[in-house]
Each structure stands twice: as C-alpha cells, then as structure tokens.
Design a protein around this ligand. Structure first.
Ligand SMILES: [Zn+2]
Length: 309
C-alpha cells in the first residue's frame, strides 16, 4: 500500500511521537503496520504515515459494511430495532432546529438510515444524503422516500445552499482533506444553521487500557485523525462555528473493534472472533458505557454540535 507523510491537522507542526501501532484488525485488507503519532505541539493524534487517498478502494473493500446491503439489519431483527432506537433518539435533539421546509444534509450518509427515519418525522424537510459510494439498492430506497442522493467525495461534493442542519456521523475521522470538507460545511450552512459531528473521542475512559494499539477507535488504517473533545471544539471554531453542545455517546462498536483487535493480536482464528452483529456483546458494551456515564466518565464516542455565527 502506498503511504504518505502528513503533518498535524490542528496546528500544522511536523513533530509527533509514536503512541500507538497496529494493523487492519477489522477488515484485514493489509498486513502492513501503521502508527498514530501525538503532536508534540498541540497533542492532536493522527495516522502518520497514512495510506494515500488513491488507496481508498483497497482499504474500503467492496463488502465494507456501509456499502453492502446484505450486512444491513432489517427492521424485524433485534439489531435493526436497536439501531432504530438509537437513530430516533439522536433525531429528536436535532429536528427542533430545522424550520418548516428546511434543508438537512447527511455527509457520509452510508445506508441512509438517519435520513429515512427523519423523513418519517418530517415530511416537509428537504433531505440530502452524500456519500462516496451508494449501492443501487440504498439509492432506490432513499430516492423513493424523497431523499436527494449525491454520490461524490465529501470534500468536492456540490452541496445545496442555505442548509439548516449538516450531520457528519463517524465520518470526519476518515477524511483525507478535513479542511476542505469543513469549508464546504461552513459555506453551505445558513447563519444560525447547525452542524453535528459524531466521532471517536480520545478522552474516552477505556482508551488508556488499550492505548498502545488495540483501542477500537484507532481502526487502522481507515481513521486518519482522532480528536479530543477540546481539539474538535477548537477546530470547529476555526471555521466560524460556535460550539453549543458536547455529549458522550455509547460506543459499543468501538468496544467490538477493541475486542477483535485483542483477539487478533492473540492469534485467535477468524471464526472465533467477535462480529458486529453479536447482540449479546453489543448490549454488554452498551451497559459498560452506560455505567461509566453514570459514574461521570467520558466515553470513546462523542458528539459536538455547533452553530454557524
Ligand atoms: Zn499539532
């Protein structure tokens, strides 16, 4: 795989100490070892060197879960229901900020689950989903619900204007050109429009236990930038976005990746390793995080909401 050297996204410095190393434990697309460095000037954590953008087809194989409908839980399975509950609870917080007929853009919409749930609650809203690859089945499902689908790299997508809400769920950490994407977001939002970002949180209580490489938030080599709560807030403010809310979210999928990384590092065979659809462990990990939240801890998954000034 072709890799490139990079520098700190937050401060531009070129001086980082290696703090975590690992391979692609989740998709096993390469045996290559990658490293996260911590910037000595500002503390930001980033993959360096990282795969070049041209490697995207290699590290996002065609059966990558957001692309392949066969991995999507249907509405009747327990997984499907759990996902639906999570999606709905996230929606409620947003929709009050979207005026009648307002536009909502989901950057990195994946299977479109969030937009489809939104459509049920808000038939009046103009909904737009953007992703670098959308399967024919998902496109059909979204378009049938009146969702506009744009298949494009997020950094170069032609977005509508005067947008009331932009959502980026578990996407910012994957981007090669985060500045370009943030510039897009800033310019498409109306004044007073909201921007919501969900991404792993390097402040999570569980990261110190697995910090040298097994922590699921590393997700080698697809996560390129990892943000602390402070780092993400400061970064968003650079684009004229005032942070109004910061939450900890449950992080069962990060726990699943952590468990898989530990299993792989210990040489467990593929059949014995945890799968994302293992409901027992998903619920168990949700309970871990719920307990941690009750004890006042910060989890490994965060949401930051900002308003365009
Ligand atoms: Zn830095």
């Amino acid at each position: 795989m072709i890799t490139e050297k990079t520098s700190c996204l937050l401060c531009g410095a070129d001086d980082a100490e290696i703090m975590a190393s690992g391979a692609d434990y989740d998709c096993e697309t390469t045996a290559q070892v990658f490293h996260f460095g911590r910037c000595r000037s500002c503390g930001h954590i980033y993959l360096n060197p990282r795969p070049t953008a041209e490697c995207a087809p290699e590290i996002y194989p065609s059966d990558y879960y957001t692309l392949d409908a066969s991995h999507q839980p249907d509405g009747w399975s327990i997984m499907g229901r759990m996902k639906d509950v999570v999606v709905r609870s996230r929606l409620r917080a947003f929709m009050r900020g979207v005026p009648h007929g307002g536009t909502v853009v989901d950057l990195g919409c994946g299977d479109g689950a969030l937009l489809l749930a939104m459509r049920r609650e808000r038939p009046d809203a103009r909904l737009v989903g953007v992703d670098f690859a959308v399967s024919a089945g998902q496109r059909q499902k979204m378009e049938k619900a009146g969702v506009v689908v744009i298949e494009s790299a997020l950094e170069t997508a032609q977005l509508p204007e005067n947008v009331s809400l932009v959502i980026m769920n578990q996407v910012i950490e994957h981007l090669w050109d985060v500045d370009a994407c943030m510039e897009k977001v800033r310019s498409c939002l109306r004044t007073g429009g909201m921007f919501s970002v969900c991404t792993p949180n390097t402040d999570g209580y569980d990261r110190p236990w697995f910090h040298s490489g097994a922590w699921g938030g590393y997700y080698f080599p697809r996560h390129l930038n990892l943000f602390s709560r402070e780092g993400l807030s400061r970064y968003m403010e650079r684009f004229g976005l005032r942070v109004t809310r910061r939450n900890s979210l449950l992080a069962p999928l990060i726990w699943m990746s952590t468990a898989r990384a530990l299993q792989l590092r210990r040489g467990w065979p593929r059949w014995a390793r945890l799968r994302d659809g293992n409901v027992f462990f998903l619920v168990l990990f949700c309970l871990f995080d719920a307990l941690a939240l009750m004890l006042g801890q910060v989890t490994s998954n965060q949401q930051v909401v900002a308003v365009k000034e």
